[in-house]
Design a binder for this molecule. Structure first.
Ligand code: MG
Length: 249
């Protein structure tokens, strides 16, 4: 069931999303050679708590941390660890959210650790740009397929693989609500977009094959060919005046 948010609810969403964006910012600023992913997770946790909010990934479906931190060929859902130490050249995807006032925010970004390759930069830039392309289509009267097609065409034209098995989603009182927001599809098809919808749009883009595998830890998703992957996400409100990015810092 798709829940349309009232203006009162959107104001609450905005606050949860502001905190989510702030936590992603401080976590991203902590990315540097020598730091563990556990330490980054702790920084995000402390920030969210300092804002009177709750980390909404922690405990969800049994996930053990505040942030999913996924390095290089890890696509999503990497588990922070004291033994995962970042080194120069890594690309680091951080996905996290905060809940406050009964509503959720959700956002992600991929950060460069030290000096990264031109290929890695191009993948990160393309993934980020595809998110902003897709957001342009988050308007009343459009379709979910417009968003999906925008990501897919933008990334595939540049030679990248678009992950199929995981998608964006509605977000509100629940972190994961309807509808599903895939990163591949046909323009003009799918759920009709209405003012009051709040969507987490989140391209997961691979340097090589789109195919992925899940590690035995049951969480970490990796590219099948071991090439790099990037992930960017915003929570976006569809309004009569157009898309509003709620997780803007
Ligand atoms: Mg999400």
């Amino acid at each position: 069931m798709i829940v349309l948010k009232t203006s009162r609810e959107l104001a609450l969403m905005k606050e949860a999303c502001r905190i989510s964006a702030g936590a992603l910012k401080v976590a991203g600023e902590a990315v540097r050679p020598g730091i563990s992913t556990w330490e980054i997770d702790k920084i995000a946790y402390d920030y969210i708590k300092s804002q009177g909010a709750e980390p909404n990934f922690l405990g969800l479906y049994g996930f053990p941390a505040t942030a999913c931190i996924s390095i290089n060929d890890e696509v999503i859902h990497g588990i922070p660890s004291k033994t995962r130490i970042l080194k120069s050249g890594d690309i680091v995807s951080i996905d996290l959210g905060a809940k406050k006032g009964g509503y959720n925010g959700d956002n992600a970004a991929t950060f460069a650790c030290g000096d990264v390759s031109d290929e890695a930069k191009r993948l990160m830039d393309t993934t980020r740009d595809s998110l902003y392309e897709a957001i342009k289509f988050a308007v009343p009267g459009g379709r979910i397929g417009d968003i999906a097609h925008a990501v897919q065409s933008f990334c595939e034209e540049r030679g990248y693989g678009v992950v199929r098995e995981y998608t964006g989603h509605g977000v509100g009182k629940e972190l994961h609500e309807d509808p599903s927001v895939p990163n591949y599809g046909t323009a003009g098809r799918g759920v009709r977009l209405l003012a009051g919808m709040t969507l987490a749009i989140e391209p997961m883009i691979n340097q090589g094959t789109a195919r992925i595998k899940v590690l035995p830890d049951g969480w970490t998703v990796k590219t099948l060919d071991g090439k790099l992957s990037a992930h960017f996400e915003h929570t976006v409100a569809i309004t009569k005046d157009g898309p509003v990015i709620l997780t803007k810092v």
